[in-house]
Design a protein around this ligand. Structure first.
Ligand code: 5RP
Length: 213
């Protein structure tokens, strides 16, 4: 399994005594299972979602509050799209804000994906934008004026009590620029472009090997 191969290769980046930032999603879940096998080597984890925290605790892996740990040596998480420049779209699972916080706090961000996630240009995957509910319609109008087509993620509330707009049709040729523009809209909590703080390593699981970008 390609996702599992990428998750397995991420273990090589973990050092004795690390507190490991842990992402969210099906690839991160495989990483959590594998992490259980080396839990004696690490001091604990910081989780990027309530669901990942639950899975970590179920496996008796300690989970700490980021406010207590301070900066982390490493963060391991999946992505919805990744380029060779290690720019990402994340947030398909809706955990983008906590993921961006943990990535920002981490010295090394190791992104684990299967080969289907590698793209030339970001944007085929609808871009998740976490919004304060009161600002939803105002933000949607601003995004439309940028050329985007926002759609509310129906029936979904983030771990932070907010909503998600999934945005198609934005021109993402300059990801750091669009990341900043969207985050400048009042009421946007954050968006799923990870380009200003890209991944440091993208581990790509393929049918017969893994590649590191
Ligand atoms: C969750 C994320 C995930 O990393 C992303 O959706 C990839 O998920 P999966 O590993 O299930 O393909 O950003 O918010």
């Amino acid at each position: 399994m390609m996702k599992r191969a990428a998750a397995q290769a991420a273990l090589d980046h973990i050092e004795l005594g690390d507190i490991v930032g842990v992402g969210t999603g099906s690839t991160a879940n495989l990483f959590i299972e594998l992490l259980a096998g080396i839990k004696g080597k690490i001091d604990g984890t910081v989780a990027s979602s309530i669901e990942s925290e639950r899975r970590l605790r179920e496996l008796n892996i300690p989970v700490f509050d980021l406010n207590r740990t301070g900066p982390l040596p490493i963060y391991v998480d999946g992505a919805d799209e990744a380029t060779v420049n290690r720019h990402l779209i994340k947030g398909g699972g809706g955990a983008l804000t906590r993921e961006k916080i943990v990535a920002a706090a981490s010295k090394k961000f190791v992104c684990i994906v299967d080969e289907s996630k590698i793209v030339d240009v970001l944007g085929a995957f609808p871009l998740p934008v976490e919004v304060i509910p009161l600002a939803r319609s105002q933000i949607a109008r601003e995004i439309i004026s940028m050329g985007g087509l926002p759609e509310i993620r129906a029936g979904f509330t983030t771990d932070n009590g907010n909503e998600i707009l999934d945005v198609r049709n934005l021109d993402l040729i300059d990801p750091p620029d669009v990341e900043g523009q969207l985050n400048d809209i009042a009421g946007v909590v954050t968006n799923g472009i990870f380009a200003r703080r890209p991944a440091d390593i993208v581990i790509v699981g393929r049918a017969d090997n893994v590649e590191q970008l």
